[in-house]
Design a protein around this ligand. Sequence first.
Ligand code: ASP
Length: 473
Amino acid sequence: MSKRIYIKDLKDFVGGEVFISGWVDVRRDQGKMIFLDFRDMTGIIQGVILPNYVETLEIGKTLRNEFVVSVKGKVNKRPERNIKEGILNGDIELEIMEIEVLNKSITPPFDVTSDGKEIGEDNRLKYRYLDLRRPRMQKNIRNRHKMAKFVRDFLDKENFIEIETPILTKSTPEGARDYIVPSRLYPGNFYALPQSPQQYKQLLMAGGMERYFQVARCMRDEDTRGDRQPEFTQIDMEMSFVEREDVMDVNERLLIELVMKLYPDKKIQQIPFPRISYKDAIEKYGNDRPDLRENKEDPNLLAFCWVIDFPFFERTDKSDNPNTEGEWTFTHNPFSEPIKKHKEQMMKNEKIGEVLTSQYDIVLNGYEIGGGSIRAHEAETLRKVLNIIGHKDEDIDKNFGHMLNAFQVGTPPHGGIAWGFDRLVMLLENEPNIREVIAFPKTGEGKDLMMDSPSPVSSKQLKELSISFTKKE
Ligand code: ASP
């Protein structure tokens, strides 16, 4: 087999013979001639089997949409009247000489040449491998890759390194329920899937890595709701020897460069990104993720802003006991450092409700696309926060002893952030939900319709894990 040429490169072979491989995108049988559009990951080319290719015409008659083929043909200029301006290969076509069928296709359950919006989502998710063939999904997934690559290259240049952290880990309070994994070797014990790499990335700072990032998968067992996914991707990072402004600066530069390079048609409304205090955001906009766009009709307008100075603590629900004010809980991240001028107050346990955290959220067009903070890096500070939110000392030692120990052997000051990557891709691709930018998403109800999961496991597996359960009625 001669070298395969990608469809996007055919223009360089006008007058020559080439081999291409791909799918039959559209077939128009005119009897004496058959027109076939072929598609590979780089584009589409129109081909034609002329009447003199008798054997090839016979094969052409058997072809249907989504057959996988390899084609030998001549690249010809189209006659002037057939030229289609402004589309890839609009001025050339393939004179088909030979066709080899590499795989057939039954009639697909839906059309993959449209944008897919007319097809029920459950059906699209059930046959996701087909759905991914449509140009819109190809574009979304490929642009997602470009963004991740841009982020990797940018952070690499800024002296960050990418480090993988464990998936089988221990429960971290991140504000959601954990997914847990039973241990076969230690019956009755469980790993937790990470809600984020929060503790590991801080321990990497204790480990002298200084600048870490990861395209990290996070799992949170939250109640299913429209645009949530049980697992999602963060661009997660952590830096040593930094203050709030340093983390914000690197991230702001990264976002601006990413938009300018990959989405040159988009306009960032304001640079530097405006900074709004939580208090002002609530007073002025009624929420802490304000949509600052001056023109909400413009799909290419990006209004980024930072929201800062959040309260560190809030009262928990007091509905259980109306006579108490409720206990304190953290608003964002229990591993954060309060802002400098409130540290003493927090350490003395005074006016806890007024203590502000070093948390910063990055907001785009009304969506929170990321958040982070400067962390407590001294054992007493973290212990204090955990005490305030109701942890007893012995539980703290048991659950967070590794953090406290690390903080006692020279952990530098550090801070970081994580972006909700799916959401950012969704917004930049002007998609209505994150499922459109994830290759294999679950439904809003947390199901993988293609793999049919979650699903029961065998009684043998359960026995090995020492698990028995009673079925809910
Ligand atoms: N771990 C935090 C989160 O997942 C982000 C951070 O503070 O870096 O929201």
